[in-house]
Design a protein around this ligand. Structure first.
Ligand SMILES: NC(=O)c1ccc[n+]([C@@H]2O[C@H](COP(=O)([O-])OP(=O)(O)OC[C@H]3O[C@@H](n4cnc5c(N)ncnc54)[C@H](O)[C@@H]3O)[C@@H](O)[C@H]2O)c1
Length: 353
């Protein structure tokens, strides 16, 4: 390994956020970018001054001068590209979800264990000041016993790039549940300390998209074969429960809003983020002198979530330790997503062993 970690990024969409993250880290040398779209590749590589450019990821992975890569490709490519990268000796920071299918997610974790390469999943919402504050409160036991969580991400008209890979199950693995729900399930599970889940009940609907509604632009309903709303109920082995509602398109008061509301027997915490707001997103509820009170805590500053993830990835490599969002946690979330989809398909509760 060279003195500075030599890194590459595969995928120039949200891959730009990874590039910006690496650019902000002096311990990393940004050497390569890959995207099959040559025009996008040139524009983004020029913007971030990346010297080596590839349209074929195999060629990029063959370069001995790269220690680690970010994989920011459509979901169905996370497994083949991450596994090829680890076999080529690179550490991998993979975008969410870990994979489009549970079996692919399992294969990725197995490849990380077999090659000894680090495999980290990008759960960038953890790095926000509000999420960090809740995590510290949870670690200090300040909410008491958290017995129920109500969480979700709701959009009114927010189907991403309809007709593209997001809305085709073969490439995405699913709709808003796997796209947005993955972040919400991770935040919830992370706050709770990744407890064991006993049972999962889920439903999915394709109500608005099947009418050609729900996106900023018109689209062909034939190009849309995923859900537009999912809801789920999870029972944890410790007796607590989680209810979830996730949508790209709904006739609702939402704009583009996510929430994680934790009900503890000493205090409640409500994280409510409207249109990616960074301030005034957290309320705490409890009693003072026997009276119900509401607190608005001063929050630590929010840095870019992708920069936070990149910093953690580089530190884990340097320090020879597990990253704080290892692929094994991404795999737990993939199991839950898979169980919600299976429950929705069969109309039955799924018991997780
Ligand atoms: N963490 C987050 O907040 C966040 C935000 C957006 C997207 N994502 C995730 O990032 C991933 C990419 O999403 P996106 O919005 O950037 O999608 P996108 O479609 O905008 O970009 C994907 C890029 O991959 C390129 N590509 C596709 N196949 C390729 C191949 N075989 N070889 C090389 N390049 C190839 C495309 O040309 C495109 O430029 C997805 O997994 C998505 O879930 C995460």
């Amino acid at each position: 390994m060279s003195e500075r970690l030599r890194v590459g990024v595969i995928g120039a969409g949200v891959g730009k956020a990874h590039l910006a993250g690496y650019r902000a880290c002096p311990e990393a040398e940004l050497v390569a970018l890959c995207d099959m779209d040559a025009e996008r590749l040139k524009a983004v590589a020029d913007q971030y001054q990346v010297p080596q450019r590839f349209t074929d990821y195999h060629e990029m992975l063959a370069s001995a001068g790269i220690d680690a890569v970010s994989v920011a490709l459509p979901n169905n490519l996370h497994a083949p590209v991450s596994i090829a990268a680890m076999k080529a000796g690179k550490h991998v920071l993979c975008e969410k979800p870990l994979a489009a299918t549970l079996s692919d997610a399992e294969a990725m974790v197995a490849a990380s264990q077999a090659t000894g390469r680090k495999l980290m999943i990008t759960f960038n919402y953890r790095y926000r000041g509000d999420a960090q504050y809740i995590k510290r409160m949870m670690e200090g036991g300040e909410l008491g016993r958290v017995y129920h969580v109500r969480a979700g991400w709701m959009r009114r008209r927010g189907i991403p790039k309809p007709g593209g890979w997001f809305t085709r199950k073969a490439m995405s693995g699913g709709g808003p549940l796997i796209d947005l729900g993955v972040h919400i399930l991770d935040l919830t599970m992370w706050f709770l300390g990744y407890p064991e889940v006993a049972t999962v009940t889920g439903v999915t609907h394709n109500a608005l998209a099947s009418l050609g509604k729900g996106a900023a632009m018109p689209f062909r309903v034939q190009d849309y074969d995923v859900e537009d709303l999912a809801a789920a109920f999870l029972r944890l082995k410790n007796g607590a429960s989680i209810s979830l509602e996730i949508s790209w398109a709904s006739n609702s008061s939402a704009s583009d809003d996510y929430f994680v509301h934790l009900r503890g027997d000493q205090r409640g915490a409500e994280l409510t983020v409207h249109n990616y707001a960074r301030e005034d997103t957290l309320r705490l509820y409890g009693d003072l002198d026997g009276q119900p009170v509401e607190f608005r805590p001063a929050l630590p500053p929010t840095i870019s979530g992708h920069e936070g993830a990149v910093r953690e990835f580089l530190a884990a490599i340097r320090e020879g330790r597990e990253p704080s969002s290892p692929a094994t946690q991404g795999l737990v979330i993939s199991r839950l997503l898979d169980a919600i989809y299976r429950s929705a398909a069969t109309g039955r509760e799924i018991v997780l062993s």
